[in-house]
Design a protein around this ligand. Structure first.
Ligand code: FAD
Ligand code: DLZ
Ligand code: SF4
Length: 507
């Protein structure tokens, strides 16, 4: 009789580990454990979301006739880790077989494989591509670009396909999707959910156990079961999807979610099915309720990026999160953990992250990620920050996005050029600069926007690597045009800024 392990991000009734199992015979093991809560200092909202969703899923399994051996975090017998809980349950029940769906993190896979029990790991087929499919696609390719993997996934699923051609004649409508947003009275807001008894119990536990973790626990109104997650999705499809494309890269101080779906946290723990989400979005286009540029852009994030980064994580192996191709060594400054900063864009992104455990993609990539890359922060510390603070952060998806896409620490495996920008891009795409203590138009001087100084500092210090990059040639031509005296001034002001930051001064 096997024990069936279900992890906190595997809350799906059709999970491969459950398939073929017998509720009358087999027992399910679920556990809230310190090793998982403490391997990075997760945001309290993230821990609360996982625990509440685990408890509700366990109830649902019990209603369906399963025996669930569930260990809450404050159970005096809690053995503290997933392997230790499995050993404890094995000793209790006399079972020495474990069936599990492959975890989304090398660390936990290794821990399960090291158990002195017979462990069967089943493929996590909640993803649209199998790892074998990704490996076959990657095999022999010089470059592993998302765009080509995405086209293969379009062909495989038939999503937005017109026979063997992309619907509308183009694979990618991104050139249409770069508009800044204006505040709008009718901006959609994702549905919120008042805590029920289960959620309240979890909130009290998390409050007592994680008082020092970065981030605000309350108010908490995320969805914590599949029905609620479905309401969030349904609301997004009707209210926000039609404008998702147009404003995908926009940032506004007063609007934290804009036209984004805020569903990653639910998809990543199994409350929503990615293929179903894509088909539902396609249906909106087919019904004439959402334009193709929006629907294609949205589907690409899930069918393309989400599947691709998972493929990369498992293709590259356990050392991937530790890569540091640019040799960046600076410590993550305290402003990432909420210390004061005069940079309005960073202040907004970090405050929102502390309050919501959510920031949308462009805030993650072009504000917090951009600054860390420009400032030369150790990518391992950046990785730990992102893995800790977002409600959707699991290593298989977070590490490729942070280490690869955002910090270029994989040497350009995911990104063909680094995602860096000066203040001008942030000014164009947001309303942050108008009320900032720094002046976005100042390139040097006491009020110069730090993104302006650090942008050139980054390009200058990594000239050997990037000057030959065809896509960066125009940028290096601008650096050349700057002239030696001006360039030296920018570099010394950038150095002075970094020295102040390293000394713990407010920057
Ligand atoms: P929307 O903008 O509405 O997009 C819809 C869905 O597409 C998302 O729910 C998500 O599932 C998927 N998606 C979009 N972009 C990506 C991407 N680059 N990679 C994978 N899936 C994507 N996403 C996570 O799920 N977990 C993470 O830990 C995570 N860490 C990130 C770290 C950095 C540095 C960056 C730049 C991006 C990260 N992302 C991560 C990707 C992306 O920012 C989030 O998926 C997105 O912001 C989630 O919000 P949403 O549901 O409103 O997304
Ligand atoms: C992230 C997380 C946390 C905070 N806590 C638990 C837990 O107590 N029990 C559990 O089964 N899973 C938890 N998780 C999710 C795991 O860390 C996740 O399964 C791995 O990181 C693999 O993606
Ligand atoms: Fe950010 Fe610079 Fe704009 Fe200030 S001026 S908000 S630091 S980009």
């Amino acid at each position: 009789m096997p024990l069936i392990l279900i992890l906190g991000d595997q809350l799906t009734p059709s999970l491969s580990a459950l398939r073929g199992a017998d509720p009358a015979r087999d027992r399910i093991v679920m556990a809230e454990v310190a090793v998982e809560t403490d391997y990075v200092p997760h945001h309290p909202k993230k821990i609360a979301l996982i625990f509440a969703a685990m408890r509700k899923f366990a109830d649902r399994l019990r209603d369906a006739g399963w025996t669930v051996l569930y260990t809450p975090l404050d159970d005096p017998d809690n053995a503290g880790s997933i392997p230790a809980e499995l050993l404890r349950r094995a000793a209790q029940t006399g079972d020495s077989h474990v069936r599990a769906t492959r975890p989304g993190e090398w660390r936990l896979i290794a821990a399960l494989e090291a158990l002195p029990l017979h462990v069967d790991l089943h493929e996590d087929d909640r993803f649209i591509a199998t790892q074998a499919e990704f490996e076959a696609w990657a095999d022999g390719r010089r470059e592993l670009r998302m765009e080509f993997f995405y086209r293969q996934m379009r062909r495989k699923t038939g999503l937005l396909m017109d026979g063997d051609k992309p619907a509308g004649g183009q694979w990618n409508y991104d050139p249409d999707n770069r508009k800044p947003a204006k505040p709008d009275l009718f901006m959609p807001r994702p549905p919120t959910f008042a805590p029920d008894a289960t959620v309240t119990g979890v909130l009290n536990l998390v409050e007592a156990r994680f008082p020092r973790n970065f981030g605000r626990l309350r108010p908490f109104h995320y969805a914590t079961d599949a029905d609620q997650a479905e309401q969030v999705l349904a609301h997004f499809l009707t209210e926000a999807l039609p404008r998702f494309g147009d404003y995908q890269d926009a940032m506004l101080s007063g609007e934290r979610t804009l036209y984004h779906a805020v569903i990653s946290g639910y998809m990543n723990i199994g409350l929503l099915d990615p293929l179903d989400v894509c088909r539902r979005a396609e249906g909106e286009w087919q019904a004439g309720r959402a334009p193709l540029n929006a629907v294609e852009g949205f589907i690409r994030q899930i069918l393309g990026w989400r599947e691709y980064v998972r493929g990369i994580y498992f293709h590259e192996g356990p050392d991937y999160p530790a890569r540091n191709a640019l040799g960046h060594r600076r410590d993550l400054p305290p402003l990432y953990w909420g210390a004061e900063t005069r940079m309005n864009c960073l202040s907004h992104a970090v405050r929102q992250t502390a309050e919501d455990a959510y920031a949308h993609h462009i805030q993650r990539l072009m504000i917090t990620g951009n600054f860390a890359l420009l400032a030369g922060i150790d990518p391992a510390q950046v990785h730990e920050w992102y893995l800790s603070v977002y409600f959707d952060a699991y290593e298989w998806v977070e590490a490729p996005n942070t280490v690869g896409m955002s910090q270029f620490a994989d040497g350009g495996l995911i990104a063909s050029k680094p995602y860096v920008s000066s203040g001008a891009y942030i000014d164009r795409m947001s309303d942050y600069c108008g009320t900032c203590a720094y002046k976005v138009r100042d390139k040097t001087g006491p009020d110069a926007c730090p993104f302006n100084l650090l942008y050139w500092h980054f390009l200058h210090r990594h000239e050997d690597r990037f000057r030959a990059n065809r896509r960066m040639a125009p940028i290096y031509r601008n650096l050349d045009r700057m002239g030696a005296a001006r360039r030296d001034r920018v570099m010394s002001e950038a150095e002075a800024f970094l020295a102040r930051m390293d000394a713990g001064k407010t920057v």
